[in-house]
Design a binder for this molecule. Sequence first.
Ligand code: GLU
Length: 457
Amino acid sequence: MKRSMVRTRFAPSPTGLLHVGGLRTALFNFLFAKNQGGQFILRIEDTDQKRFLEGATENLIKTLQDFRLFPDEGPDLNSKFGPYIQSERLGIYKKYSEQLLAEDKAYYEESEAGRAVRFKMKKTGVSQMEDLVRGELRFNNDLQKDPILLKSDGFPVYNFANVIDDYSMEITHVIRGEEFLSSAPIYAQLYEAFGWQKPKFVHLPLILDRERKKLSKRAGDVAVEQYVKKGYLKEALLNFIALLGWNPKTTREIFGLEDLIEEFSLEKVNKSGAIFDITKLDFINREWQKKLQIPLQDDRLFARACELLKERLGENFSRPLFELIWPQVLERIAGPSDLEEKLPEFYFYFALPGYSADLLIWKNTSKEKIKSNLQLLRDWLQQASLAKYDAKRLEEKIKATLAERGVGTGEALWPLRVSLSGQKNSPSPFEIIAVFAQFEETEIFSRLDRAIDKLSA
Ligand code: GLU
């Protein structure tokens, strides 16, 4: 008896790490099945032994688990691996190729390459299939060549095993990347040759980079794992990937997996290419960061930043100090994409860089005036109970003190900031003082003394 339930599948080839495009295919199949109260199946397509990569199957299963895209049927890590591994199903493909041979719809190829089985494609008329996003697809048969079904070593080619399995696993909807459109005539004719009802197809739009070129593996970051390593939240990645080619048609942009299951529909899948916009990923990541309120010890972005700083600063790195600085880092980065680039702006906290006395001078102010302003600020800071103040209160207090003494803000606050950071651009002096006041107050005074010494030389 035929099942009436929706059944979709994710059918990756274990040739490497799961890419963004692969995760999107898995996600859309999962979402559609779950939205329809159907089933989602995982099938490992490992018949191309040349491209097989050791460990890739485990990695694929693990990544799907990490993103909570659990299949209803298919291999899992515990059973090592169980059903739906194509290389374990060679007998099935052989049986179906024999059926086609017997019906004269396929033939043995006698060539030096060995006894491969080829499919006799029809060379007249048209083949068609239904694509739920693109409408009816029609192909001219007179352009077709006879493809190989089984190679001489008994392994099926991907196109053949794929059709046999979709049929025998009762897949109702085949949702896959646009790159498979070119093989569609073979699929269409195979279903027709067997007299099987075709499933519905959906070809997902290409994923393009910001120059509207196909996102390429060579361009680096396409492996999902890379993004996780950089510190992106899985919730954010999944949310972002869901929007690559699916348009919820509302202004809402933040969706959890349960929301996606609820909202997903194939009618809202686009035909045109989806732009992979890292700025948007960073934005979605920030939203999820706010939403999830992850404690610092579990925050992977923070962990990644610590790792990078340890690499660069060695002994000088201090985690307790960095915990105090972290909110400033978060304010100044777009997200994991520019973390590495922005971190050097914070090295000064751990070790004051060398700088020249000239940098302390504000516009045309004299050296003496700058020095006396610094001295005045130093005295004020010394008598204040700094640990009491946050950056905002410090700013108010210090500005009030300067106003009382008739000292301009530029001629005092510029050298104050340079003394503390040793650099032209940095967080404000109030933010720096507030950090050191929590961590090691003497650092404030030794940095100020160093500046005053420079101006005395
Ligand atoms: N094994 C194919 C791939 O990984 C599956 C494509 C499909 O039919 O969905 O690219």
